[in-house]
Ligand binder design. Structure first.
Ligand code: FAD
Length: 128
């Protein structure tokens, strides 16, 4: 449930996953960053969105907890199955800590968007 603005500003994210902080900082405008959440964005699985690129480049693993108990861990390369489609099932909210990855990762995000406030990327690149 962490909002994009929180992810962008969190010192632990900046220290360990600067690529993720970069992605969060580039999302939409400040209203969007103050309202949108990392869980919501990943579950939405929009190919133009900023987190999926970062998650794939970081080889992130998503921790998916079943409402009735139990959990599974899914790599970002398996989590996104197509535009606006993920492997999430209706009873499977992404855990409050969707990233389980050891070590620090250096990365870089480049993004070209229309110069209109709040616009999604036209081209988006991430490497780690
Ligand atoms: C005008 C505008 C501009 C935008 N620009 C950008 C942009 O430049 N870059 C970008 O990346 N995004 C952009 N977005 C998307 C935005 O960042 C939001 O993340 C996205 O709209 C989803 O909204 P939300 O995070 O509030 O999630 P919600 O709308 O609350 O949820 C989306 C879906 O995910 C499900 N869900 C939510 N949390 C979880 C969870 N933890 N586990 C499982 N399922 C969950 C919900 O049930 C729902 O089906 C933009 C959105 C708007 C409206």
């Amino acid at each position: 449930m962490a909002r994009h603005a929180e992810v962008a500003a969190h010192p632990l994210v900046a220290a360990s996953y600067p690529l993720l902080a970069d992605a969060a900082r580039l999302i939409g405008d400040f209203q969007i960053r103050n309202r949108g959440t990392i869980g919501g964005s990943l579950a939405h699985a929009d190919p133009s969105a900023d987190y999926p690129v970062a998650m794939l480049a970081l080889e992130a693993r998503m921790v998916l907890s079943k409402a009735g108990g139990g959990r599974r861990v899914v790599g970002a390369d398996k989590f996104f199955v197509g535009p606006l489609t993920s492997v999430l099932t209706a009873d499977e909210p992404a855990d409050r800590d969707p990233i389980a990855q050891a070590g620090r990762a250096r990365g870089r995000r480049l993004r070209q968007a229309q110069p209109v406030a709040g616009d999604f990327a036209l081209v988006s690149v991430g490497c780690s």
